[in-house]
Design a protein around this ligand. Sequence first.
Ligand SMILES: C[S@@+](CC[C@H](N)C(=O)[O-])C[C@H]1O[C@@H](n2cnc3c(N)ncnc32)[C@H](O)[C@@H]1O
Length: 193
Amino acid sequence: MSNNSGIFNRFSGKGVYPHQLAWILLLPFRNFYLSPRKLIKRMNLRQDCVVLELGCGPGYFSPFVAQAIPDGKLFLTDIQPEMLAKAEMRLKKKNISNVELIFCDGQSLPFEDNFFNCIYLVTVLGEIVEKETYTKEMYRILKPGGVLSISEQGGDPDSLQLDVVKDIFLPAGFVFDRVFGKSKTFTANFIRP
Ligand SMILES: C[S@@+](CC[C@H](N)C(=O)[O-])C[C@H]1O[C@@H](n2cnc3c(N)ncnc32)[C@H](O)[C@@H]1O
């Protein structure tokens, strides 16, 4: 199998999205499913929120979220340093500075307890191998009353149905708040009590 077909297989199958195809994640057709503006509205962010984007990829949503919290800060994490480098370049081009990028190892999240007002993941949850460990970590680093926002896109080979997403977070102590969107393409918000 050539390297290129290996990358394509990772793109069209389950598993971690290949950074070589990050450009596809930056195509504006994505707005048809979920635009940055719509995502920001769904997360109901205040201007001074401290926010974590887990699995930021090349940062399609990141600059817009950072601009929505001018008195706060956005942290970006990913397990692929190549993705973080692409996101960083995109933010630099737009002169956005209230952002910090942090490589994560897929096991733990290197932040203090009760640190974030909001954590969001867009088409990431299905790729996470250590879901139970990560779920506990997300609970630990969210402030009480903080929002965990999960967006899934139908057609993504790793996408999860709402019931499965609930089965991941409710046993960890999160409370389901509300869902936006349609059956396979949705944003589900949970609250950390
Ligand atoms: C399909 S891409 C989506 C990227 C971005 N959220 C977006 O919507 O454009 C999934 C991203 O999640 C990252 N990822 C997968 N497993 C992860 C983990 N355990 N921790 C952090 N990031 C992870 C991948 O490296 C990839 O960049």
